[in-house]
Ligand binder design. Structure first.
Ligand code: GDP
Length: 328
């Protein structure tokens, strides 16, 4: 059995600034959008700001209404800044929708819901990109403006585009996911530009100074694979948190996508997918029965409550993950 910290009488209080048993030099978190942002937020609550770098997928970035949109980067930043909509996990809290309503009245595309505050982010980012600034410079400036003191880095300043090979042809990921509502059958993914896209400034340095890399509970095939392909190698301990709980995704329709790809939606499939880089794996209590299968892959395991719908659960899970890293 893996250590269950919930059974541990020495379990730390739910929010501590440095887990007492371990001195963490630096944690690098790899994140996609909604699931990734939640654990990144938990880590941000329990680590000193200088000890956390979040590297975010940019494969979903796309141009829409003439604007450069970074769905995962914005979800992570809004979440860390406390600006995210708690209902959806994406977009801004207290949002208004005047611009998109008027675009729709004019016959323009309204399938990608852009709120008024959110639009400001895309307008200003696009203006700066057109001036020649890099995505990482812009992200750093936006983080300062939003009061985020952790480092948030796009995986690359060069474009990488996640393309979905489907029975209706090749579609850009957001086109498939939002506009076509996952209806086309998925045959596979490719990440255009990934071979030549180098890591953004700061990514290599963060990985070099990391004690460990935490793969957040994001979609492994869509959100994390592009990051892993850009950074190419990791020579630090890697712990992943399963985005699949009890054979299901927490929210969202990824299960249909998995089935079409011939992937059984399970924590075991996630562990298998990452097995060449994983030191340790965190699976949900609901999946405790498959822990022994994961151990057979020579991967250490922690069984925990990995659902982070409530903000306090994020810090609790982050603390458990950090303790686990310290003990692994
Ligand atoms: P996207 O880019 O917005 O689709 O987001 P991600 O790739 O970061 O996350 C999608 C995955 O996050 C899905 O597989 C969800 O099951 C998972 N997820 C969302 N919320 C949670 C949570 O609270 N706990 C865990 N373990 N996984 C979650």
């Amino acid at each position: 059995m893996a250590t269950k910290f919930s059974d541990n009488p020495n379990r730390p209080p739910s929010i501590v600034h440095r887990p007492s048993s371990t001195v963490h030099r630096h944690i690098v978190a790899l994140a996609g959008g909604v699931g990734g942002a939640k654990l990144a937020h938990g880590l941000a609550q329990v680590l000193p700001p200088e000890d956390l770098t979040v590297i975010v997928n940019t494969g979903d970035d796309f141009e829409h209404l003439g604007l450069y949109i970074c769905p995962d980067l914005d979800t992570v930043c809004y979440t860390l800044a406390g600006l995210a909509n708690p209902e959806t996990g994406w977009g801004r809290v207290d949002e208004t929708w005047n611009a998109i309503a008027n675009i729709e009245k004019l016959g323009g595309p309204a399938w990608f819901r852009l709120g008024d505050q959110d639009l400001a982010t895309h307008l200003e980012r696009t203006r700066r990109l057109k001036e020649g600034q890099t995505l990482s410079q812009i992200t750093s400036d936006f983080c300062k403006a939003w009061g985020i003191s952790q480092k948030v880095l796009p995986m690359s300043d060069s474009p990488v585009r996640t393309m979905v090979d489907s029975d209706e042809g090749v579609l850009a990921f957001r086109e498939y996911f939002v506009h076509r509502r996952r209806e086309p059958r998925v045959k596979g993914f490719r990440f255009d530009g990934v071979e030549v896209a180098g890591p953004a400034p700061g990514v290599r340095e963060a990985l070099e100074s990391a004690e460990a890399v935490v793969i957040c509970p994001s979609n492994p095939w869509v959100s994390i694979d592009p990051i892993l392909k850009v950074i190419k190698t990791i020579d630090k301990p890697v712990v992943a948190v399963s985005p699949i709980i009890g054979g299901k995704t927490v929210k969202g329709p990824a299960a249909k996508m998995y089935a079409e790809l011939g992937i059984e939606p399970s924590a075991l499939a996630v562990a298998r997918h990452y097995r060449t880089i994983l030191t340790a794996f965190v699976l949900d209590n609901a999946d405790a029965a498959i822990e022994s299968e994961i151990k057979k892959l020579n991967i250490k395991t922690l069984v925990a409550d990995t659902l982070m719908n409530e903000v306090q659960n994020r810090a609790r899970l982050a603390n458990e993950v950090l303790r686990f890293i310290g003990s692994s």
